[in-house]
Structure formats: C-alpha cells, structure tokens
Ligand binder design. Structure first.
Ligand code: FES
Length: 360
C-alpha cells in the first residue's frame, strides 16, 4: 500500500551553504518496507502552516545501511527545502513513502562491469548511492564519475567522493567540472554539455568499455550527455537517466486524440480496494489540469509527489478509457505499453476512465 510513514530525523548536517543532508531513522519493523535499490527516491511530506509540502528526494546511502540518508539542495523559493534547511531539527518527524523509481543499478557481486556516471549539482544524490553500492558490492567493477557544479564550495558530497577515491583508487575515477571557477586544466572548466562530455570521454575513458551509464541532472544536461554518448557509439539503451526540474512538455504520453471541447469525463479510481468517482473536463478543455488535481478538488487524495512526471509516485493502471499524458520521464516503454500512466500528467481523452492503483 502506498502510504506515508512517520520517520524521525536522526542527523542533520549542512553539506554546503545551500544544501543539507538528513538521516532518517527507520524502525526495525519497517526496514523491509523501506528496502531500496541504489538510485531510487523517497516521496517526503511535511505539514507547515496548514499546508502539505511534498517533494521527492533520492536516497544517497547504500542499501542495507541504516538510517536512510537524503541530500536536499535549498532552492530559491523552495518551501520544502527552506523548511528542511532552516526549521527542521533532529528529533522531528517527516512523513515518508517507501522508495520508488526506475532509475537504479542492478548490483550483482559477479558483475565485472565498467560504469560511467554523469551528475550535475544535486543530481549527485542518486549517483552517489549507485557508486558506493557498486564499489562495495561489485569487487570487479569500475566506475568513472563526471560531476558538474558551479564551484567547489557548492559541490555536494565532495568529501565523500574524495574519501571513496582514496579507498578505491584502482576502480574509481572522479572528475569534477566547474562552470564558475577558473581551473588549471581547461578540460575541468565549463558545463557538462555535448562538447565537454566528448572531450572528457576521449581524455579519461580510453581504458574503459562502458556497460552502463547513469546520468542525473536537469533536462538539458541529460539530453546533451545522452547525445554525446550516442555520438561516441554508446547505445542509448545503455544510458539510464533521472531528470530533475523537468520542464512541462505536451504530447509525450500514450494517447493523442483530442476530445470534444468542454465535454466532461467520468473518472473512477480504485485505491486500496475502494472505488471513488468524480467528473472532470476532458482534454483539451482545461489543458493545465490533471487527474490528481481534479480528484483533490473533489476531496479525493491520490498519491503524488513531484507532479512533474518524474518520480512515478502517481503511477496507476488504466483499466478502462483513454488518457493523454503531458509528459513522462518515469515510465518505461513496456509500462506505457502495458497500460500504466502517470495520473499527475494525465487528462481524460475518453468520456469514462477507470484507474486501478492496486495493480502493480
Ligand atoms: S507525482 Fe511524480 S510523476 Fe506524478
């Protein structure tokens, strides 16, 4: 059942001036529920001044290590991140949903793989979990990380990365790239764009034969890194991406046919064995609405976190009817094929839609 559990903050420490690292205690009885794969994220909510704040943060610790750790970059105007940095204290509780997400490594001690990882800013949080887990649990695998930031002072997990490099000098390469700080070597200056990725690869990856690539950062960085890697002959299917701050895009979804203007659709949701129904306008009568918001307008709370098509907390199965997704950065092609949709991105295209949250 997708529900929030209260977890206590057992440690809080500033990573940089504008980022904070929280440890969340998971009671013994919930450890199975909160088991995760490296790279997955946690939907987190807090209640402040009568409002519910929800965000999704990647777990940065290693599976099996407790407490769970998350890293949070304080965003300008970001209600949750400001709260976490300024008001949240050790001993406070956050409501946390068990880990979700398709962005993860399938770690196996028998693997002898070469991994590449590219992270921009707080995109390091899932990457460091993957990197630590691979280094600890795959003794014959190697990793090269390329990590872009504005400057050293704003680089999250920099001490952890130096420590890992010292611990695994034969199997880990870490290359920092800074966009707003002069560097002795030009290759380390700039942004992780298409040209820079090609340059870094040529310079540092000659002895590697990449099996898998993990990329986390903003939309444009993911597109640039992926394009550069494909130019270098790495199949796009070997590149796993996790986007943050995803821009809204129309038309990335399952169905395309427009509906009659101003028509309404009957939406039925099945959640935890209960069935509830409401009506909402069909696409495109209210182009910026979605099934999660429309349900909330009728007093029905459906699972969600990012509302950006990224985290998959709102994933549900389309049992009947047709919807149009505005964007989809979370579902794999096979899931879309099998009828799964992101409710936070969906508008009804048919006049009756049934969504089954109990089908996994
Ligand atoms: S709430 Fe994150 S994808 Fe819908």
């Amino acid at each position: 059942m997708r529900q929030y559990y209260p977890l206590t903050v057992s440690r809080k420490r500033f990573e940089t001036q504008d980022s904070v690292r929280l440890a969340l205690d998971v009671p013994e009885a919930l450890r199975e529920t909160f088991a995760f794969l490296p790279g997955q994220h946690l939907p987190v909510q807090a209640r402040r001044d009568g409002n519910t704040l929800r965000r999704t943060y990647s777990v940065c610790s290693v599976p099996g290590d407790w407490p769970l750790e998350i890293g949070i970059r304080v965003q300008p105007g970001g209600a949750f991140s400001s709260y976490a940095a300024k008001a949240l204290s050790v001993g406070d509780r956050l409501e946390v949903m068990p880990p979700v997400g398709r962005f993860h490594a399938a770690v196996d001690a028998a693997n002898e793989k070469d991994y590449l990882a590219f992270a921009a800013g707080s995109g390091i949080t899932p990457i460091i979990s993957i990197l630590r887990t691979v280094l600890e649990q795959e003794p014959h695998s190697r990793v090269a990380l390329f990590y872009g930031n504005r400057k050293q002072a704003t680089t999250m997990f920099i001490d952890d990365l130096y420590a890992l490099k010292n611990r695994y000098p034969e199997r880990l390469q870490v290359h920092f790239v800074f966009s707003r700080e002069e560097q002795e070597f030009p290759v380390a200056a700039g942004r992780l764009d298409r040209g820079k990725v090609g340059e870094l690869y040529e310079r540092f990856c000659a002895g590697l034969d990449p099996d898998e690539v993990f990329v986390c950062g903003p939309d444009s960085m993911i597109d640039d890194v992926t394009a550069a890697l494909v130019d270098l002959g790495i199949p796009a299917g070997n590149v796993h991406a996790e986007r943050y701050g995803a821009a809204k895009r129309r038309g990335a979804g399952a169905a395309e046919s427009p509906a009659e203007e101003k028509a309404t659709a009957a939406i039925t949701v099945i959640l935890d064995g209960h069935e509830k129904s409401f009506e909402m306008p069909m696409y495109p009568a209210n182009g910026d609405s979605n099934i999660v918001d429309a349900a909330a307008d009728h007093g029905i709370e459906l699972p969600y976190s990012c509302k950006g098509g990224v985290c998959a907390t709102c994933r549900t199965h389309l049992r009947k009817g047709e919807v149009r997704m505005a964007s989809n950065y979370a579902l794999e092609p096979w899931e879309v094929e099998a009828g799964f949709v992101l409710a936070c991105q969906s508008m009804p295209v048919s006049d009756a839609v049934v969504l089954d949250y109990d089908k996994t």
